[in-house]
Write a protein that binds this ligand. Structure first.
Ligand SMILES: C[S@@+](CC[C@H](N)C(=O)[O-])C[C@H]1O[C@@H](n2cnc3c(N)ncnc32)[C@H](O)[C@@H]1O
Length: 387
């Protein structure tokens, strides 16, 4: 078992002498040039700054790529992605053919091997951003048994350990870390404080926010904790995500114009010709048929209301929300639209794998808002440091 403690020294590749003092450096294409070839920057606002290219992105725990998609939509290049799930990786590879996506269990792969693989996609000293949402089941409030010592709760620190190792070879301009609200609960206090301390130890300036995807254009209430942390404190100050798409506010707006889905039972189904993800479980319970047989609370048989946003798309085993017509559960495709995925996005894998991917994803419109806010923040910090 590799040692994933944050104190472990990375052996390879260390190809760039990491500078941490922004005041002595100016930005070039991939990172920095030394102050000996540059004018010493001052903290004065400049209006004519040449546009630096956006940092390229390393995506950890990338899943189907909901978070990555928003960044890509804002012209960040997703240069590397990694997830342990075979089907999430399959989806990612199809959706992001330019990205090198590995199927690795990050708790098992030696850190040096991971760094070498990532290093093959990056230039020495390059400016990068690291994004990702380590699994959240260990912190989830819907998991009544969630415990402080759940082994999955160590994954956020593993994420930061990877950031620490990357920092030795690249200029990590920012990180985005997504998780459920439960990560801030009292029983996870030590883990959460540990994350904040680790970020500070890495020289990053962080902000922690609870965002509801609904406020970013998604027809769903989905609260998530987003930690954004920047190398530059100026960038942090400017960070203010806002709505960037025309908002879709209700279930009706998102899914009322779809044809009927295909049903599957025992994993078998006929591929839907409208969209391959427009399939759901054959409705076997006697309750199906009349919307009156369901309530809009509880977990197993929760029905959606046409003229409201959906409750959180996060389906446990056989808990997919019931379609507003009461005749069946939602299709995967309907869930994807409630998550704000584009109409042509496709998830791969068996039904249960698709349920997991759609439930896990960061809604792409929220991710886009984060990406745009980060771009504005980086520009703002560049305006301060370039003159
Ligand atoms: C919350 S999901 C990420 C969702 C993704 N950010 C998106 O927007 O689509 C967490 C992901 O972590 C992956 N994961 C869990 N444990 C892992 C491990 N040990 N190594 C690599 N990936 C892991 C899961 O397979 C899952 O896809």
């Amino acid at each position: 078992m590799p040692d994933h403690s944050l104190n472990q020294e990375a052996k390879e590749p260390v190809r760039f002498n990491q500078h941490s003092d922004a005041a002595t450096l100016v930005i070039d294409y991939y990172g920095y040039v030394d102050v000996s070839t540059a004018t010493r920057p001052t903290a004065k606002l400049s209006s004519n700054v040449t546009k630096a290219p956006l940092p390229r992105i390393v995506s950890l725990f990338s899943g189907a790529g909901g978070l990555d998609l928003g960044f890509q939509q804002n012209d960040f290049e997703i240069v590397y992605a990694v997830d342990k799930d075979r089907w999430a990786v399959e989806t990612h590879r199809k959706a992001f053919p330019e990205t090198h996506c590995d199927q690795f269990d990050l708790t098992k792969i030696p850190l040096e091997e991971l760094l070498n693989t990532i290093g093959r996609q990056l230039h020495p000293g390059e400016r990068i951003g690291v994004i990702g949402g380590p699994p959240c089941q260990g912190f989830s409030r819907s998991n009544a048994q969630s415990k402080a010592n759940d082994p999955r709760n160590r994954l956020p620190l593993l994420y930061l350990k990877i950031v620490q190792a990357l920092k030795r070879s690249y200029s990590v301009e920012f990180i985005v870390f997504e998780n459920v609200l439960g990560i801030q609960d009292k029983k996870h206090h030590r883990t959460f404080e540990g994350i904040l301390h680790a970020l500070q130890a890495l020289g990053l300036h962080e902000t922690v926010n609870d965002y509801d995807a609904y406020d970013f254009g998604v027809p769903q209430h989905r609260h998530r904790i987003i930690i954004a942390a920047f190398r530059s404190s100026k960038a942090l100050k400017a960070f203010a995500p806002r709505l960037e798409v025309s908002a879709c506010k209700t279930v009706r707006e998102a899914i009322s114009d779809l044809p009927d889905p295909t049903f599957c039972s025992r994993g078998k189904h006929i591929l839907n010709s409208f969209h391959p993800n427009h399939w759901t479980m054959r409705p076997l319970s006697a309750r199906f048929g009349d919307p009156q047989n369901f309530t809009n609370s509880g977990r197993s048989f929760r029905i959606l209301e046409w003229d409201k946003p959906s409750p959180t798309v996060a389906y446990g085993h056989r808990e997919i929300h019931v379609h507003p017509n009461g005749k069946r559960r939602l299709s995967i495709y309907e869930a994807m639209l409630l998550q704000g995925f584009p109409k042509n996005f496709r998830l791969f894998g068996p039904f249960s794998a698709q349920v997991e991917q759609v439930s896990n994803a960061v809604p792409p419109p929220l991710a886009l808002s984060l990406a745009k806010a980060i771009e504005r923040s980086l520009k703002e910090s560049q305006r301060w440091t370039s003159k």
